[in-house]
Ligand binder design. Structure first.
Ligand code: FES
Length: 150
């Protein structure tokens, strides 16, 4: 069911842990299964020089977190923002269709961590504002909750 690479990154995950003085931290949860991924980034001159993660989740979530930290290392923040969940899954030689949703966590965690870095450094652009309401705010998902209230 799982590729050798998935099994390898699940059994021997790379870059597990925290970065104490991280420049950006992103935590996301998967609404479908309740799994949680936290990603820490160290950024120097716009380049991600270190990435670590902690994931409370299934094997596919652990493997995709591990691969995501490998993929973002050495990339500029712009390049890292272009990493999709599909790219993470492909780098693992694929995931079974029922586990593709697990790779969304990796893409979202990268985005959240970079967003946090941008926020801390005054780099948030208008385009980073919430898509729904156009406001710039700390929680890019706030509109979901607002929608719930309606
Ligand atoms: Fe939750 Fe995979 S089942 S992330």
């Amino acid at each position: 069911m799982y590729s050798e690479k998935v099994m390898d990154h699940f059994m021997n995950p790379r870059n597990v842990g925290e970065i104490e003085d991280a420049d950006g931290v992103g935590q996301v949860g998967n609404a479908k299964c309740g799994d949680i991924m936290k990603m820490y980034l160290k950024v120097e001159d716009g380049v991600i020089v270190d990435a670590k993660f902690k994931t409370f989740g299934c094997g596919a979530a652990v493997a995709t977190s591990s691969m995501a930290t490998e993929l973002v290392r050495g990339k500029t923040i712009e390049e890292a923002l272009n990493i999709t969940n599909k790219a993470v899954a492909e780098a693992l030689d694929g995931l079974p269709p029922v586990k593709m949703h697990c790779s969304n966590l990796a893409e979202e965690a990268i985005r959240e961590a970079i967003n946090d870095y941008k926020k801390k450094n005054g780099l948030l652009e208008q385009e980073d504002a919430c898509n729904s309401c156009g406001r710039r705010c700390d929680d890019i998902h706030h509109h979901l909750e607002e929608d719930d209230d309606e």
